[in-house]
Design a protein around this ligand. Structure first.
Ligand code: HEC
Length: 131
């Protein structure tokens, strides 16, 4: 009897531990997107200059702000680009593709790409100037 009570208590402790870790995950849209960036993009993209093996996020955001007047249209283009990168539809232009090479296809799902693209658009800093 005592053993089964212990087992129930341990199960409860485990379950509550699980729910704690579930709730500890970022709930906020911005945190979720920033975490996607850390995990899937950061290896190549720094946030600000100097660049790693790809243009920094702020430079990309700046180019996209010039090319698109709405966030929605910019996000749509970024998502399509990440699913099927091609030099012709690059907003950064030939110079970036020649310097860094074309970005590889991202294996994230469309929803994740949409989230990280929206986050990238929001990283725009008006003080940033493209060289
Ligand atoms: C293996 C390296 C690598 C990874 C990982 C990577 N990128 Fe890139 N990305 C590049 C390179 C190189 C370019 C510049 C050439 C180009 O535009 O294709 C680029 C360009 C871009 C552009 C500009 C596209 C355009 O219009 O030319 C966006 C937006 C972008 N990356 C977003 C992301 C996001 C978001 C992630 C993570 C989900 C990511 N990248 C992960 C290498 C990478």
């Amino acid at each position: 009897m005592k053993n089964s009570i212990t087992a129930v208590m341990m199960t409860l402790a485990l379950l509550s531990g699980l729910s704690v870790s579930v709730h500890a995950r970022p709930e906020n849209e911005n945190d979720v997107a920033a975490e996607l960036f850390e995990r899937h993009c950061r290896a190549c993209h720094s946030k600000q200059p100097p660049p790693k093996t790809a243009p920094p996020v702020q430079g990309i955001a700046s180019h996209y702000r010039k090319a698109f007047s709405s966030k929605e249209a910019a996000v749509r283009h970024m998502v399509r680009f990440m699913q099927q990168p091609d030099a012709e539809s690059s907003i950064l232009g030939e110079q970036a593709v020649t310097r860094f090479g074309l970005m590889p296809v991202m294996s994230l799902n469309t929803e994740e790409l949409r989230r990280v693209a929206a986050w990238l658009w929001d990283q725009y800093d008006p003080a940033f100037t493209c060289k």
